[in-house]
Design a protein around this ligand. Structure first.
Ligand code: NAP
Length: 243
């Protein structure tokens, strides 16, 4: 059975990916960094679907922890066929002029460096047998998020660039690399940004007239992981209700 590692698999979009991947026959390594009980719930859901699962604590912004995350995943489940980089933060909403340097640095460290460290580890380990990587970008990469978190938008622009570059680098080894760029999705991320009202405030700007769910975002991600997407690489698929 194929094995997928999902960073930030304990909550939000990552947790939905774990559940849908299990539905589709994947064994799942659920990475988290602080919320062990949320990760345990996801593991239980994967097992209830008849697949194997393990929860592994690791901070993706630390390259040594990323190496251990991949090692422990292999030990517990076997060599991975898929990687979904869902771990990500925005930092507290503010105009750039008022943002703390720590907020900007931490966002870049997790969203950009963390994605690069995980992709690097996957490239090393998948090269013998091929595989699929899906990165979490954001509609923010094109919208720019003025007044909210332009540093976050910039981090997702970097995710788009590394997705395109890596797809070209790894294509000859049979490793596909794509990204999904969600719009306004109902998860904890907005409250963590200090703006729990954000979804309600921005919904009028969405052509489909509503926010999206984590499951609606996870569906194209598990499709990109699957052999049904065998000729798709280097793509950034917008899942943003038309925004
Ligand atoms: P979320 O509900 O806040 O969940 C974030 C997940 O990332 C949690 O599982 C968290 O683990 C994990 N995480 C945070 N920092 C980490 C680190 N340093 N190392 C490992 N894991 C870490 O977020 P979400 O809304 O699902 O977002 C998932 C991805 O989609 C992010 O990359 C985000 O930028 C992107 N995205 C989201 C939206 C949206 O509207 N929700 C829109 C566009 C893009 P713990 O549970 O242990 O804290």
């Amino acid at each position: 059975m194929p094995i997928v590692l999902v960073t930030g698999g304990s909550r939000g979009i990552g947790a939905a990916v774990c559940r849908l991947a299990a539905r589709d026959g994947w064994d799942v390594s659920v990475n988290y960094t602080s919320d062990a009980s949320a990760a345990a719930e996801v593991v239980a859901a994967v097992e209830a679907a008849g697949r194997r699962a393990v929860a592994i604590k690791a901070d993706v912004s630390d390259p040594a922890e990323v190496e251990l995350l991949f090692e422990e995943t292999e030990k517990a489940l076997g060599p991975i066929d898929g990687l979904v980089n869902s771990a990500g933060i925005t930092g507290l909403v503010s105009p750039l002029a008022e943002a703390r340097a720590e907020t900007i640095a931490r966002t870049m460290d997790i969203n950009v460096n963390g994605t690069l460290y995980c992709c690097r580890e996957a490239a090393r380990r998948m090269s013998a047998r091929g595989g699929a990587i899906v990165n979490l970008s954001s509609a923010a990469a094109n919208l720019g998020s003025p007044g909210e978190f332009v540093w976050y938008a910039a981090s997702k622009g970097a995710v788009d660039s590394l997705t395109i570059g890596l797809s070209k680098e790894l294509g000859p080894q049979g490793i596909r690399v794509n990204a999904v760029a969600p719009g306004l999705i109902e998860t904890d991320i907005h409250a963590s940004a200090g703006a729990p009202e954000r979804v309600a405030r921005l919904v009028p700007l969405v052509p489909l007239g509503r926010s999206g769910s984590a499951e609606e975002t996870a569906e194209p991600i598990v499709w990109l992981l699957s052999p049904a997407a065998s000729y798709v690489t280097g793509s950034v698929i917008r899942v943003a209700g038309g925004r």
